[in-house]
Design a protein around this ligand. Structure first.
Ligand code: ATP
Length: 231
């Protein structure tokens, strides 16, 4: 079964058409890069999948069901901006995730936090932006979800830590689950992608296998993106 089916979605904000007749399917067990220029509609699409926005037209199905309480239990979502309470200690954040999500694997989260040398007693407000991003990603990846939706997961992380983070993503998602990643850091992330979606001005202009795209063009996804969307 497809994990996400999007059929002829339109999303308008007043007169602004953020998404235009978008249809796509996300299959189980795939890592998909959602790639597009600023304002192309990536976050809008992600918010629709997460039931944080409703479409103006069209239909979204998550594992065959409309977005709602059940779909939120299946989706582990890393938003573009942090929603965490800065005054919390890391251990309080673990308690929060454990209380809130029945699929949260606390042991996995603790192991990953140790890997990044993060002290459970430290408060989030004392940490750098990059460290907070790492913690938030660890929390999300420690859920046993069917779909992980990551909106710019490595934007604030230094280049040296990015590979470690990508390996963390690769090694910590559930068997058969899918990951949708929105990012501008294509060259860093493309090695882990199975499929690529190019979105431009609210329209999906390409959805294909990453290997196939590289093979047909004889270039990396990063190079293809830069050529396609050159200003
Ligand atoms: N709440 C809103 N009200 C009005 N317009 C909005 C709203 N949210 C998004 N938009 C508009 O919809 C379009 C798509 O925005 P969106 O945030 O989805 O783009 P994006 O691809 O995620 O961009 P970026 O890469 O810069 O994060 C933009 O033109 C944006 O200005």
């Amino acid at each position: 079964m497809s994990i996400v089916e999007i059929k002829n979605i339109n999303k308008k904000f007043g007169n602004k058409e953020a998404l235009k007749n978008v249809s796509l399917t996300i299959e189980e067990g795939k890592i998909i890069g959602l790639l597009g220029t600023n304002g192309s509609g990536k976050t809008t699409l992600i918010k629709l999948i997460n039931d944080l926005l409703v479409p103006s037209d069209g239909e979204i199905l998550i594992h065959g069901k409309k977005p709602g309480i059940e779909s939120k239990q299946m989706i582990a979502y890393l938003p573009e901006r942090s929603y965490l309470n800065d005054s919390w200690k890391v251990c309080e954040l673990l308690d929060f995730f454990q209380d809130f999500y029945s699929d949260f694997d606390r042991e996995r989260a603790c192991d990953l936090l140790k890997g990044f040398h993060i002290d459970m007693k430290d408060r989030l407000k004392t940490m750098s932006k990059g460290t907070k991003e790492k913690i938030q990603l660890i929390m999300v990846m420690s859920r046993r979800a069917k779909l992980y939706v990551l909106d710019e997961p490595i934007g604030g992380v230094d280049p040296a830590a990015r590979d470690y983070i990508l390996d963390t993503i690769l090694n910590n998602f559930e068997q058969g689950a899918s990951i949708l990643i929105s990012t501008h850091l294509i060259s860093d992330i493309e090695r882990i992608l199975d499929d690529v979606i190019f979105i431009s001005n609210g329209e999906v202009i390409e959805h294909c296998s990453a290997d196939e795209m590289r093979r047909q063009n004889g270039k990396s996804i990063d190079e293809i993106f830069r050529e396609e969307f050159r200003c």
